[in-house]
Design a protein around this ligand. Structure first.
Ligand SMILES: [Zn+2]
Ligand SMILES: [Zn+2]
Length: 455
């Protein structure tokens, strides 16, 4: 038999300590909010490197080596941590996985397991509180703040990383992370320039510390800049954006709007002329037999997303334009009343059963005042549609903005049928706005009808 819990005793949750990240930051406790280990890694050590650089002359060979090692370690993050392990956008042979785990470790951005877990949460919960580096918390937060300040790990969205736990390379790298970081981050770059051309200290400072700083800042831009700068050709409901500057900075991770839409595509840039050295590296590895199963979305799917976003932009533009009062919102006029008002000097003209007030337009009529005046108070449907002049699409559009009423019975055309067409059959956009396409204006009569004076 189960006994009822004792209401007088505090429940387990109440007695649990509140995580520091969930408390208000004050003058007294601010230092508890700071993740000092990360501050040392991403701010303290680079700062120390900058200071040391004053005493250590930069040799050309060391500079070239630092740049090369920058690309190796940067690609370890983009081609390895990101596209291989976080997104499984291709498969890699064991030698390539070992290489990527090593050079990726040299970028000093945490273990593959930790990095990929957070990144999967970032994709799954983009821009929400469960996104570990949500740009909604500020650009600086998404760049550095999320590491510098302590985060309650329980608030980060849950993701499945069973596949990573089954990859012995990932598990090994996670267990030996500190050794990997020291070896690949500092010792290897120093050994190469030390044994190679005797520049031990330069290798340590430039190819080691300062190179780590640049790789870190560059790849952090995927979380900040790529969610802040550029266009959104595929979907604008979330923050990811495409921009060449971000691509240049991040070894090709700058087409981030595309990437969030199609994360398991091994490419970020889909056009040949866009800068994506990570894609080129993966492709080259495939040619060398080191990578296989490169995943790619069909261009049909990609273009569907692009068209939908374009459509949305068009809808927004269309909604800002004056398309004239919809027919069902116009007052109904008797024919005799229409004629009477026109006779009394109001510039009314009926075309396709729709009454337009052209008083202010008479002087601007491109066909001359006399021509437009000859239609006032009459049924000018045929005149307007080729009887006298075959008016342009622009003219029909302009005419619709001058609508003031509809004629009961319609005159030369069966107006109610046409009204029905405009109001129910016309396609509407997602906000319910009518889409009036060129040549489909209600005043446009497909076949010119013989001129007739209904009056
Ligand atoms: Zn992102
Ligand atoms: Zn990603």
């Amino acid at each position: 038999m189960s006994s009822k819990p004792d209401a007088s005793r505090p429940r387990a949750a109440d007695t649990k300590k509140v995580h520091i990240a969930d408390t208000q930051m004050t003058r007294q406790n601010w230092y508890k909010h700071v993740n000092w280990l990360n501050v040392t890694f991403i701010i303290g050590i680079p700062l120390a490197g900058c200071i040391q650089a004053f005493w250590v002359p930069l040799q050309l060979k060391t500079a070239i080596w630092a740049v090369i090692y920058y690309f190796f370690t940067g690609l370890g993050i983009t081609a390895g941590y990101h596209r291989l392990w976080a997104h499984c956008s291709y498969s890699a042979t064991l030698p390539l996985r070992i290489w990527l785990a090593l050079v990726g470790g040299g970028a000093v951005e945490g273990s593959i397991r930790w990095w990929a877990r957070d990144h999967r949460a970032h994709h799954r919960y983009t821009d929400t509180d469960k996104d570990p580096y949500s740009v909604r918390k500020g650009l600086l937060y998404s760049h550095l703040g999320w590491m510098v300040m302590k985060q309650n790990p329980k608030r980060i969205g849950r993701t499945d990383i069973t596949d990573l736990n089954e990859d012995p390379v990932v598990v090994w790298q996670h267990r030996n992370y500190i050794k990997v970081v020291l070896t690949m981050g500092l010792i290897v770059p120093m050994l190469v320039s030390g044994l190679g051309w005797g520049d031990w200290y330069g290798g340590f400072v430039y190819a080691g510390i300062l190179r780590i700083f640049f790789v870190q800042q560059a790849t952090f831009c995927v979380n900040s800049l790529a969610h802040w700068l550029g266009d959104q050709p595929f979907d604008d409901r979330n923050s990811p954006r495409d921009h060449i500057i971000t691509a240049l900075v991040t070894l090709g991770e700058g087409y981030h709007n595309f990437h969030h839409e199609f994360p398991s595509d091994y490419r970020n840039a889909i056009e040949w002329h866009q800068y994506d050295p990570t894609k080129w590296t993966i492709w080259t590895c495939k040619q060398l037999g080191l990578a296989y199963d490169l995943k790619q979305f069909r261009s049909n799917e990609i273009e569907k997303g692009r068209v939908q976003q374009l459509q949305k932009k068009i809808d927004q533009k269309r909604a800002k334009l004056d398309w004239g009062t919809p027919l069902d919102q116009l007052p109904v006029m008797e024919w005799d009343d229409y004629v009477e008002q026109a006779k009394n000097g109001r510039g009314l003209i009926s075309i396709a059963g729709v009454v337009h007030d052209v008083t202010d337009f008479i002087k601007d009529h491109p066909g001359g005042k006399a021509m437009i005046k000859s239609g006032l108070g009459k049924d000018a449907t045929a005149m307007f549609n080729g009887g006298v002049y075959y008016h342009s699409n622009g003219a029909h559009n302009l005419l619709s903005t001058m609508r003031v009423g509809v004629i009961r019975g319609g005159g030369e055309v069966e107006i109610w049928k046409r009204a029905q067409k405009e109001n129910s059959e016309y396609v509407r956009d997602e906000t319910g706005q009518r889409i009036i396409r060129a040549g489909q204006q209600v005043t446009k009569i497909p076949e010119p009808i013989p001129t007739a004076d209904a009056a």
